[in-house]
Design a binder for this molecule. Sequence first.
Ligand code: FAD
Length: 229
Amino acid sequence: MIRVTVTGSDLEGLLVEDPAASVRLLLPSPGERDLVIPRWNGNEFLRADGARPIIRTLTPLRIRPNVLKLDLEIVIHDVGVASRWAQGVAAGNPGALSGPGRGYAIDRSARAFLLGGDETAIPAISELLEALPTETPVRVCIEVTHPEARLVLPDHPQSTVEWCDLPSDGSPGDALIHRIKDADLDPGIRVWMAGEAGAMHRIRRLYFQDRGLARADAVIRGYWKRPRP
Ligand SMILES: Cc1cc2nc3c(=O)[nH]c(=O)nc-3n(C[C@H](O)[C@H](O)[C@H](O)COP(=O)(O)OP(=O)(O)OC[C@H]3O[C@@H](n4cnc5c(N)ncnc54)[C@H](O)[C@@H]3O)c2cc1C
């Protein structure tokens, strides 16, 4: 994971009310050094030449409106424009963001929270830990592909954090699902999970169909998609 801090006067007025929100990061197209700012046509961003810009969705972290800074934490993986960009970006390079997208509306009357996901969910889970009511129990389960992805998470007085190692021959979600399949889902629990789309689909089926969790009590989001073989 690489943390990139974004700054600039355009951040003035950026209001992110809920944790686990999103922003979209514009990346330079292949062969171009400069950013070409696209236009919103009411439906999608397009460049003047009609081409689709390269845009990736990330979690806006630690927004500090007084100093006009926010952090992005980007998972480094084998291939990927954002992943490569994060490894090469240097102080002073231009950047462009749009957003924010909606975050998680916390139910402050919840009896307990269950948070889960993979490395891409760590920034959002960090924010959730800072925002959830301090008197409510929070169980956190995070699947990691590499042991060094275990980061120090913000302190929450009622939280327990469990890291689950994905075996090298496993599919995304295997270790997480093994850990959370029998989790307490009794009334009053609220679930937030994010990670690979297929893994989240399996968790939705498990929780909604097999275990009868009400859909309104859970947010389970695909954050990235492993290509089908
Ligand atoms: C609301 C929201 C918030 C998000 N927040 C964050 C965040 O804070 N930090 C973050 O790192 N990601 C976050 N993501 C996920 C991120 O948008 C994707 O992982 C994105 O695909 C990364 O772009 P890339 O250019 O590196 O890879 P891409 O060019 O999109 O993908 C290239 C290849 O890499 C694979 N791939 C993509 N991501 C991963 C991964 N994480 N691990 C392994 N393989 C991968 C794809 O399957 C594809 O085969 C978020 C997504 C959403 C929807």
